[in-house]
Design a protein around this ligand. Structure first.
Ligand code: GCU
Length: 591
């Protein structure tokens, strides 16, 4: 089935029906969870979307001569949230379409509005209500919603979602990436009920580099005239009242003596945003994050980011992490390792992870899925990157734990890429200037023993992120203790990735990479940290990676078997020898 033909059919039917910008802080909203069992139809050649099939019509045979060659009844039933690849063995590497159906009873209330809200669906979703298309969303890692107030029926309603996770050359990410392309309704689904006039969006954080002021805004949906809004922080006896404009927008600015959030003391305040008809509560922390030359200051004090990377995966189950307990497992392991910083690679991970990380006192690097080979000159790709950036920031801008927005990972330097990402960095700062803009770079000048940062994009970044795999890909060019790093940029650097593969329980020569041994990985960590200690502008380091993780790129039958084995923990959570090297380093690193 040609993707283009599918696309054209889709384009003409849905081009005007994109998902609406979502409301913030959905966990605190009045809602009905639509998680649970959904009936599915697996559609490997994506025929259901064809006009002659129109599977979303969910037809039933009528009369003796008619029959229908599909049905949601009697087929597989999948868990939502959850990827579909791990729910049937034959779907292990499946990349195509699965249709989902859920029926819900609805009692319509005349003074309420209803929204169908998806925390995320990978990769492309077309959403139908009672067989009418509500709209579509592209991108597997950010939320989207549809207002259904005037579209639902009293009583039984059916929701059908066509989910397609086929890689797209103009996609974000595109064709090549080192993780499993888990498809499906991978995160929570909610039916949200709001008053007619509801609190849609707000930003309540400290003004950039000025802990005296809270500076932000509130956006009310549904107003036609100015609306009174109160922002309350009862514990701090703060009650701030503003009037919106006719569009429901108001700037929020007030003085404060709030206790600041930090990894050692992750203080959160209950913040209430209130209008005449709506009220939303949220636990929010307040901190400042800034650079001072080559240093990073948290709340005005120098800080070293003791980091680890992890994917949004439950390694022991071997599938997408989606729940609070999955988040707790990942974060507890990071805490045990001695981290105060996590890079949630390479895409915005679910809100359970971000909110719990904040509660547990982790600073976060949150990243756009702009991974390696991206078609920057492609108009729809560019549009998608910008909408994904806005969605990422919109969802997590009130999370003080998020200190870095990363706009890309290992994209190949070049004029087009650098111009595109430079503009994206400006767009990012234009939306939120209270956090660092960074990117995980991988190109630098490799001398015999001198490594020189050399990527024009650095000019646009607040903090330099660098992935380097010295000692693994390509071995060591010199004795690690003699390797010097040079930078002309007077900016702090975070080593956003380094590491090596090892099979847990495999023992062998510490100087033979193909041993895939714990000893080789252990020695590599010792050598890396020896080298890193020599880097004067290094203000953070982030090992690749916490757990072994699944990847369709890793083909060695005995050493990998579709797992990337760079974890410090095996998929079952067993500690490899390198874990202790990093743990000792972090224990020794006081500031
Ligand atoms: C890259 C990339 C990761 C990948 C890692 C590896 O740098 O960013 O996604 O998994 O290297 O090779 O293990």
């Amino acid at each position: 089935m040609s993707i283009i033909r599918n696309f054209l059919i889709l384009f003409f039917t849905i081009s005007s029906l994109h998902s609406q910008s979502f409301m913030v802080n959905v966990p605190a909203r009045q809602q009905t969870s639509l998680n649970g069992k959904w009936k599915v139809i697996i559609d490997p050649v994506d025929v259901g979307i064809q006009k002659w099939k129109s599977l979303y019509k969910d037809k039933k045979p009528k009369g003796k001569s008619s029959f229908v060659e599909y049905s949601f009844d009697g087929g597989p039933v999948f868990d939502v949230p959850g990827d579909f690849n791990s729910q049937l063995p034959e779907l292990k590497f499946y990349e195509s379409t699965v249709w989902y159906k859920k029926e819900i009873q609805i009692v319509k209330k005349k003074d309420k509005r209803l929204f169908l809200y998806f925390d995320a669906v990978n990769y492309h979703a077309d959403v139908y209500l009672n067989s009418e298309l509500l709209g579509s969303h592209e991108g597997g890692f950010t939320p989207f919603q549809f207002e259904v107030t005037d579209l639902v029926k009293e009583g039984l309603n059916s929701i059908i979602v066509r989910v397609n996770n086929e890689r797209q050359p103009d996609g974000v990410p595109a064709m090549g990436y080192d993780w499993i392309n888990y498809g499906g309704i991978t995160r929570d689904v909610r039916l949200i009920e709001t008053p007619k006039i509801y609190i849609d969006d707000y930003f309540i954080q400290l003004e950039k580099s000025n802990k005296k002021h809270v500076l932000g805004y509130v956006k009310i949906n549904g107003v036609k005239k100015p609306e009174k809004v109160e922002v309350l922080i009862p514990e701090a006896k703060i009650k701030h009242t503003v009037m919106t404009d006719n569009k429901g927008y108001a700037v929020v600015k007030f003085n404060n003596k709030l206790k600041l959030w930090s990894p050692d003391d992750p203080k959160l305040y209950k913040v209430i945003v209130k209008t005449a008809t709506d009220k939303v509560e949220e636990n929010i922390g307040f901190r400042t994050i800034e650079t001072k030359g080559e240093d990073i200051l948290l709340n005005g004090k120098s800080v070293f980011l003791k980091g680890i990377n992890f994917h949004e995966e439950n390694a022991s189950r071997g599938n997408r992490a989606y729940s609070e307990s999955d988040a707790l497992q990942l974060l507890t392991k990071a805490k045990e390792l001695g981290c105060n910083f996590i890079r949630t690679a390479h895409y915005p991970q679910n809100e359970h992870i971000v909110r719990l990380a904040e509660k547990m006192g982790f600073m976060l690097w949150e990243e756009m899925p702009v991974f390696q080979t991206i078609q920057f000159k492609n108009k729809s790709t560019s549009k998608l990157i910008h909408s994904t950036l806005k969605e990422m920031i919109k969802r997590d801008k009130n999370r003080c734990a998020v200190v870095i927005w990363s706009i890309s990972n290992e994209t190949h330097p070049g004029k087009l890429r650098t111009n595109f990402l430079s503009n994206l960095a400006d767009t990012c700062r234009g939306i939120d200037n209270t956090r660092f803009v960074s990117s995980a770079l991988h190109k630098y000048k490799k001398g015999k023993s001198v490594m020189t940062l050399d990527d024009d994009l650095i000019e646009k970044l607040d903090v330099i992120g660098l992935n380097q795999y010295l000692g693994w890909y390509g071995g060591w060019p010199a004795d690690p203790k003699d390797i010097q790093w040079e930078s002309k940029y007077n900016k702090p650097m975070i080593i956003s990735e380094y590491g090596a593969e090892a099979m847990y329980g495999r023992h062998g020569a510490k100087d033979v990479a193909s041993s895939w041994s714990e000893e080789y990985q252990e020695q590599l960590y010792k050598d890396q940290l020896t080298m890193q200690k020599n880097i004067s502008f290094l203000r953070g380091t982030c090992a690749w990676i916490l757990f072994d993780f699944r990847s369709s790129l890793r083909l060695h039958p005995t050493n990998q078997n579709y797992w990337n084995r760079k974890g410090l923990l095996s998929e079952k959570g067993y500690r490899k020898k390198a874990w202790y090297v990093l743990n000792d380093f972090y224990k020794s690193k006081k500031e």
